[in-house]
Ligand binder design. Structure first.
Ligand SMILES: [Zn+2]
Length: 206
């Protein structure tokens, strides 16, 4: 479980590494999961408290810690605080916080990525989007990224030899570099890059 000290740090490898191997995590995994977690963290904690029958709201901001990892679930002093203004929480007993994904990860005893997926499944409509257009752009972007990720994974699985792995790693690093240089890639630009890289992958000679 994440504590406040490292809440802004990188998410752990266990959450980012996909089946395709570690190098692909750098361009799909991390970015994708960070977006997922950030998005889920914009869902109001109040919704989650209600869903889990935790009696916290704007007036009652302190309860007995609901985490089973805190004194085997028998915490009794009420160390768990809710901060509505920042949509965060903190338990002074087990030193756990702070965002919606941390709450669900703690309650369900799962990874933050799993927690994010669950939150978005339950309350996807409550994310704090600027507008619906942004959300559609975001969804489209994820689709393109996941599509590329699939092509890379399939190639990687079909060509386990060293030369092919070097090749696909190179393709991924090109993709990484382009994405770093153009942080605000439009979906059209991303589409062009992905199509071009896919073409290179498909023309690879074993
Ligand atoms: Zn606690």
């Amino acid at each position: 479980m994440r504590t406040i000290q490292n809440s802004s740090g990188p998410i752990s490898d266990s959450e980012t590494s996909g089946e395709a191997g570690s190098f692909t995590a750098s361009f799909t995994g991390k970015e994708y999961y960070h977006e997922l977690i950030n998005r889920a963290n914009t869902v109001p904690l109040l919704k989650l408290f209600k869903h889990y029958s935790l009696r916290l709201d704007d007036n009652n901001r302190r309860i007995v810690c609901p985490f089973s990892s805190h004194q085997g679930g028998r915490e009794s002093s009420g160390s768990f605080y809710f901060y509505p203004q920042t949509n965060t929480f903190w338990c002074f007993g087990c030193k756990t916080g702070v965002a919606p994904c941390d709450l669900i990860a703690g309650l369900d005893n799962c990874s933050k990525v799993k927690a994010a997926m669950k939150i978005l499944e339950l309350f996807g409509d409550d994310t704090d989007d600027d507008n619906i257009f942004d959300r559609q752009m975001f969804t489209k972007k994820l689709e393109i990224m996941m599509e590329f990720s699939t092509v890379v994974r399939e190639f990687s699985q079909a060509n386990p030899d060293h030369k092919a792995q070097c090749f696909i790693e190179h393709i991924c690093s090109v993709y990484d570099e382009l994405n770093l240089k153009h942080k605000d890639f439009s979906n059209e630009a991303l589409r062009r890059v992905v199509d071009q890289l896919k073409e290179e992958i498909s023309s690879y000679n074993v």
